[in-house]
Design a protein around this ligand. Structure first.
Ligand SMILES: [Zn+2]
Length: 302
């Protein structure tokens, strides 16, 4: 029954999207795809999804086209390349939990968490301090830097993007840093994660805590382009870094008293990534993803 419903929903979505596009096309442009199986979905409109089963998930399959729209062909969703940045290499840094009052409506229900606090140290203050230090180090190397709070511009395009957070486990037992990237994005996110992970470990001497990477990290809203317009472009290589546990005495000492080493690790990782990944590689090939909903995790904000 659920399966039948899902198919019905999918078909309805296709019809709605097709109607919408036909109307938009007739108003805006005389060009229609010659192949009837090709569907142009404008920004913000629902992407028709194929789905066989949702298992035990109660998540409604749902995706919308990001800024720039998408092209749906049987089985695949093509995301047209955005305009690549011009000028110096460009990096975006998100300060986790900062400027929560500026988030757009689509994120207000999601971004309610104000971050962790331990022994009087507030996560957002640590995130901001490190972000500013990373920004200064990158700028000194000629990189253009944008620092954002919880809200990022819709479809933000850069050569790399990193979201900074710090953790708390409520006990002080866990220690180490964690990283993740979302699914259905460009092919350079593993490399970005690995280079930052290596340089961060080298500079901070912290261990990597791969055991506690959360669903919220894997589905982080800033990278969830098929759900939110205010996400970075799927072409912008992005990762989330939980820099350590404020609830752990050793981690907290590093994050607060040695934030220069923390920032140097992040900046070195980003710079290495930029050196190893030319801009024309990042924006040179069209991104094609399966026409299926993301199975991973409900979008969330760690
Ligand atoms: Zn956080």
């Amino acid at each position: 029954m659920i399966r039948v419903l899902a198919i019905a929903v999918a078909i309805t979505s296709v019809v709605i999207a097709a109607t919408f596009i036909a109307r938009a096309a007739s108003l805006a442009s005389p060009q229609r795809p010659a192949d009837a199986k090709v569907l142009l979905v404008p920004a913000g409109a629902p992407i028709p999804l194929l789905e066989e089963s949702y298992g035990d998930s109660d998540m409604t399959p749902y995706a919308v086209a990001p800024p720039g729209g998408v092209i749906v062909q049987p089985g695949t969703v093509r995301v047209p390349q955005p305009k690549a940045p011009a000028g110096p290499r460009k990096v975006g840094i998100q300060v986790g939990h900062w400027k929560l009052d500026e988030v757009p409506d689509e994120l207000t229900r999601l971004v309610v968490q104000t971050g962790t606090t331990w022994n009087g140290v507030k996560e957002v203050d640590v995130n901001l301090d490190v972000a500013q230090r990373v920004g200064a180090l990158l700028k000194a190397k000629g990189v253009a830097v944008d620092i954002f709070g919880a809200a990022v511009p819709a479809g933000y395009v850069a050569d790399a993007f990193i979201a900074l957070h710090a953790d708390g486990d409520g006990t002080g037992e866990n220690s180490g840093f964690k990283m993740a990237h979302n699914a259905r994005r460009g092919p350079f996110e593993d490399r970005l994660l690995q280079t930052v992970r290596e340089e961060y470990a080298k500079s901070t001497k912290m261990d990597y805590d791969g055991l506690h990477v959360t669903r919220s990290m894997l589905g982080y809203f800033v990278y969830n382009w098929s759900r939110y317009q205010h996400a970075v472009s799927p072409y912008t290589p992005g990762t989330i870094l939980e820099m350590g546990y404020l609830s752990n005495d050793d981690d907290r000492a590093i994050l607060v008293d040695h934030s220069d080493a923390v920032a140097a690790g992040i900046a070195n990782g980003l710079l290495r990534f930029l050196n190893e990944t030319p801009r024309d590689q990042i924006f040179g090939k069209e991104l094609v993803v399966p026409q299926l909903p993301l199975r991973s995790p409900n979008p969330s904000a760690p």
